[in-house]
Design a protein around this ligand. Structure first.
Ligand SMILES: O=C(O)CCC(=O)C(=O)O
Length: 310
């Protein structure tokens, strides 16, 4: 656990026992909330063990730009530390790991999401960040820029597998930045502190308005898809800042994401989804198995300066 901090006393920090209307109100007004004791040590150990198994290639193939990452051929001769240092982020680990899939519908996640989204909730994405010492962070962005819902219901559940501190690259949030419901412009950046995704800019907040969301391992940070957030590099001398981030939305909304453009625009609906609560009003469409676990390559938009980080 984090030393010398009492996360549950900070604004927006709750425990499983203290979740209730105040937590929902905080999420609605500030765009995030923390449940600092969501997972116990056993849960965290299980997810960490699974992370190592995934990085070793023991849970099946994952590709980097369509090819198998080179290090996997040598993985059996590498230490747990070495295999984890090879990757910054794996998308869709739930597609290769039954353990990761089980945590999509973890009890606290379902409890919070049914309070802040509604009774019917679906998940469309998971991401496993390893972020070992020296790896970059993610620049300011809003997740709805990448995963567009039609009712602004997108929410991330950011599950800390290590204590996340300012030093090792915890999440930073601009409180209340979801409220205007505006998607700010994005551009490619050349800031070497960050992975190569594009960054949001021209919003009316400064870095001084941001709060670091330091949390102990086992905490879950929930944040709205319009909330501006970023993380800084892992500048600790060693170790990781591992986190499993799952994304959810209201099952009532269609999901015009990663879908064939020959469909009429109003009907675009990505159906590789997992219901985690309630009823799926579109169950008659069935679901599809489209996504594959893959390594994040050069970010969503490519590196402005041609860097290869992974
Ligand atoms: O944890 C991080 O480094 C960034 C996470 C993030 O940007 C996200 O989940 O959208």
């Amino acid at each position: 656990m984090l030393e010398n901090t009492v996360p549950s006393l900070r604004p927006g920090y709750f425990t499983k026992d203290s979740l209730g209307p105040d937590a929902v109100e905080f999420y609605r007004s500030q765009g995030y909330l923390v449940v600092s004791d969501a997972l116990d040590r056993k849960n965290v150990a299980e997810l960490v063990e699974e992370t190592v198994g995934i990085c070793r290639g023991d849970r099946g193939e994952f590709s980097k730009e369509g090819t198998r990452p080179d290090y996997l051929a040598q993985a059996e001769h590498m230490s747990d530390e070495e295999v984890q240092r090879q990757l910054l982020c794996i998308h869709h680990p739930h597609k290769m790991s039954a353990v990761m899939r089980r945590y999509l519908a973890e009890e606290t996640i379902v409890n919070v999401l049914t309070s802040v989204i509604g009774p019917n909730v679906k998940c469309m994405q998971s991401m496993l960040f390893i972020k070992s010492a020296g790896k970059p962070g993610q620049a300011w962005h809003q997740d709805e820029d990448f995963i567009p819902t039609r009712d602004r219901s997108l929410a991330g559940a950011w599950i800390a597998l290590d204590d996340a501190t300012v030093e090792n690259g915890c999440l930073w949030i601009l409180p209340g930045s979801h409220r205007p419901g505006i998607l700010w412009p994005m551009h490619a950046h050349t800031d070497k502190r960050f992975d190569c995704t594009h960054e949001s800019h021209r919003f009316p907040y400064t870095d001084a308005d941001a709060v670091p969301v330091e949390v102990p391992a086992g905490a879950i940070v929930f944040f709205n898809g319009y909330t501006l957030h970023r993380s800084l590099p892992n500048s600790a001398p060693r170790g990781y800042r591992r986190v499993l981030v799952n994304h959810y939305m209201s099952a009532e909304s269609l999901l015009p994401w990663q879908v064939k453009q020959d469909t009429p625009v109003a009907q675009l609906d990505y159906r590789d989804v997992v219901m985690v609560a309630g009823e799926d009003p579109y169950a008659w469409k069935g679901t599809e198995d489209l996504a594959r676990a893959h390594v994040r390559a050069d970010g969503h938009g490519g590196c402005a300066d041609g860097r290869k980080l992974l």
